[in-house]
Ligand binder design. Structure first.
Ligand code: AP5
Length: 237
């Protein structure tokens, strides 16, 4: 299904959007699921700050050592660390025609800094998709999530199970349960979202950049809703 969507995007001549696309929503809203699809459809790099931290933790870098205890507790990593990492990534040539953010920005300071970075890179105005989900759904989505070790493909043991238990349908690699997807840590992550990230909804409404999306719908329906917003924004310039 994802391949068909990507082909349609390319056929439409949509190679990149020249803007930052932000998927904003609580843990479990489906940001990663949709970012993979949107990145493929518009031929944009998918930038997940959570994945960048997990990669640093696995490689035991200094940055990973700082982030690990905070992520294990469900707290945010300090802005200075996140911003240095993000700015370095956006400076790479593949980001010249825009990118899809999943998990960034998460604080008002991060949002301000992103706008500065976009101006410096001469990108068009940012598109922010607010993924709206009933909070009761989030615990089920997160405790049931399994992620493929090799390619990051996302499953859910309740709603979107793999054909063979513990094995990715796409590349046959092992599926893992993220350590911060335990009930106790999920509670902390949701509280951090309410405290530090929810204010971004108002921030982007004031800037006229926010488009709400019903993220409780089937994942294919959510992808089409996001694409309609992005195609509309693209037509407006
Ligand atoms: P991060 O990795 O960004 O995690 P998160 O924001 O908590 O989001 P998740 O990845 O848990 O959920 P998602 O919305 O991507 O949902 P998904 O698509 O997987 O951050 C982890 C940690 O890193 C943070 O706690 C923090 O410590 C640190 N960090 C990262 N960025 C930071 C920043 N900018 N500043 C400071 N600290 C930072 O879907 C979830 C499940 O639901 C899956 O099983 C999926 O199959 C299912 N699903 C998805 N969509 C649907 C649908 N439409 N219908 C049914 N099921 C669905």
């Amino acid at each position: 299904m994802a391949d068909v969507t990507a082909e349609r995007g390319v056929a439409d001549g949509l190679r990149g959007l020249g803007r930052a696309v932000i998927l904003l929503g609580p843990p479990g809203a489906g940001k990663g699921t949709q970012a993979q699809r949107i990145a493929q459809r518009y031929q944009l790099p998918h930038l997940s700050t959570g994945d960048m931290f997990r990669d640093n933790i696995q490689r035991e870098t200094d940055l990973g050592k700082k982030a690990k205890p905070l992520m294990e507790r469900g707290e945010l990593v300090p802005d200075e660390i996140v911003l240095g990492m993000v700015e370095e990534r956006i400076d790479q040539p593949d980001c010249a025609n825009g990118f899809v953010f999943d998990g960034f920005p998460r604080t008002l300071r991060q949002a301000d800094d992103l706008e500065r970075i976009c101006r410096e890179h001469h990108l068009r105005c940012t598109a922010v998709l607010h993924m709206v989900v009933n909070p009761e759904l989030l615990m089920r989505r997160l405790t049931g999530r399994r992620i493929c070790k090799a390619g990051g493909h996302i499953y859910n043991v309740f709603d979107r199970p793999p054909k063979r238990e513990g094995i990715c349908d796409v590349d046959g690699s092992e599926l893992i349960h993220r350590p911060d997807d335990s009930e106790g840590v999920i509670g902390e992550r949701l509280a951090a979202y309410d405290r530090q990230t929810q204010p971004l909804v108002e921030y982007y409404i004031r800037q006229g950049l926010l488009s709400p999306v019903d993220a409780m719908a089937n994942a294919d329906v959510v992808t089409e809703a996001i694409a309609r917003v992005l195609d509309g924004a693209n037509a407006l310039k």
